[in-house]
Design a protein around this ligand. Structure first.
Ligand code: BGC
Length: 371
């Protein structure tokens, strides 16, 4: 797989025109409206889990956007269980879906079911996570995942005072003790996040400004299967045992759910809420934004799932009309069988300093959501 840093050419999220009223909003226009290109028909939407708010919002936003375009939509959540996801997709195929929008649990496990989709001429959009090892995936929409990792590491460096708010080095030499966490090894995104983060941190590890007391610097050591908070908590507890009295200044965490587990381990390990290390995250989930406001977690990465859902729905609508969907990357996402034409969106670093502007002013959350 090619892990290229997409420096330019990412169209801004702002060009998307359809504004959804709220994250998670629904309409009841199933089969009604009729998009410009659509004649309706069933679209199957397969999401990995309801254990994380972001995927619930994704499911609801894809559904409402497709319904506004005139489609009937079947959304299923697979409880992070691969056989469940496969059988849900099989059911969508046998119910006559014309297109599938899939956020895979494990990007390599859908080859057979997608072969039957292809045999029946069903179009497949890979949603947020790349589906690997099959040519039967037509388009992909996601965020610039390498850049998400860069943003996570950059916010860690800013939180530690190594970079200032403009990204300039302050001359701060540390040394700072940090620990590193990665996402699920079966999720193609996890290596992109890791690679972006490690490319950003490596110069400071090399110069000794950053130090990893556990010595666990490999993706395999840092990876948390299925992104489970409890697994991250356990790993953090083990690290605290290994490093003894060494005080941590920072933790690279690639997802808010993991950050919650990491914070639990740190507070039971003797850290008080006001001397926690600088901890990063991803997804701007409500609990973690509250934690940022409370001064526990330091940062998260906001990925506007309204825009991702809109992009996926536009791809479905174009493909079913026999048109080419808009893409802005035809190089980065090689799934082992083909380079999947992709549309990448931009993400934003969120801290206590900008959460109101980014999350509330944009209508993603209300003030009440974050009370
Ligand atoms: C998504 C992240 C999310 C993670 C865990 C990744 O594939 O891109 O936004 O934090 O899965 O759900």
């Amino acid at each position: 797989m090619q892990r290229k840093h997409l420096l330019a050419g990412v169209a801004t999220a702002g060009i998307l025109t359809l504004a959804l009223s709220a994250c998670g909003s629904r309409t009841d226009s199933a089969g009604g409206g009729g998009g410009e290109n659509a004649e309706g028909g069933l679209v199957g939407v397969s999401m990995p889990t309801q254990q994380s708010e972001r995927w619930i919002a994704d499911g609801e936003n894809v559904q409402s956007t497709l319904e506004e375009l005139g489609y009937e939509v079947d959304v299923q959540f697979a409880n992070d269980d691969i056989p469940t996801q496969v059988s849900q997709i099989e059911n969508m195929i046998s119910s006559g879906a014309q297109a599938l929008v899939i956020a895979a649990i494990d990007g390599t496990t859908l080859t057979d079911v997608l072969q039957s989709a292809a045999d029946q001429g069903i179009s497949v959009i890979s949603y947020d996570r790349l589906i690997n090892g099959t040519e039967n995936v037509d388009y992909y929409t996601t965020f610039d995942n390498f850049e998400v990792g860069v943003q996570q590491a950059t916010s860690l460096l800013t939180g530690l005072g190594i970079l200032d708010e403009n990204g300039e080095e302050t001359g701060e030499e540390g040394p700072f003790n940090i620990e590193l966490f990665a996402g699920s090894p079966d999720d193609n995104n996890a290596t992109f996040f890791w690679d972006g983060a490690m490319e950003t941190l490596q110069p400071y590890l090399d110069s000794g400004v950053l130090n990893v007391p556990s010595g666990q610097l490999d993706f395999e050591q840092a990876a948390i299967l299925r992104w489970l908070p409890e697994t991250a908590q356990e790993r953090m507890e083990n690290i605290l045992t290994v490093i003894g009295d060494t005080k941590l200044d920072g933790v690279l965490s690639p997802y808010d759910g993991l950050s919650i587990g990491i914070i639990s381990a740190l507070t039971s390990g003797g850290y008080s809420a006001d001397d926690l290390p600088v901890i990063t995250g991803q997804d701007a989930e409500v609990g973690s934004v509250k934690s940022i406001i409370a001064g526990e977690q330091y940062s998260t990465i906001f990925k506007d799932t309204r825009l991702l859902a809109e992009q996926a729905a536009q791809m479905v609508d174009a493909v079913l009309a026999g048109e080419e969907p808009e893409v802005n990357d035809t190089e980065t996402y090689d799934n082992g069988e083909k380079v999947v034409p992709s549309y990448l969106l931009e993400s934003t670093i969120v801290t206590v300093d900008n959460y109101e502007e980014v999350l509330i002013d944009s209508g993603y959350y209300t003030e009440d959501d974050l009370q």
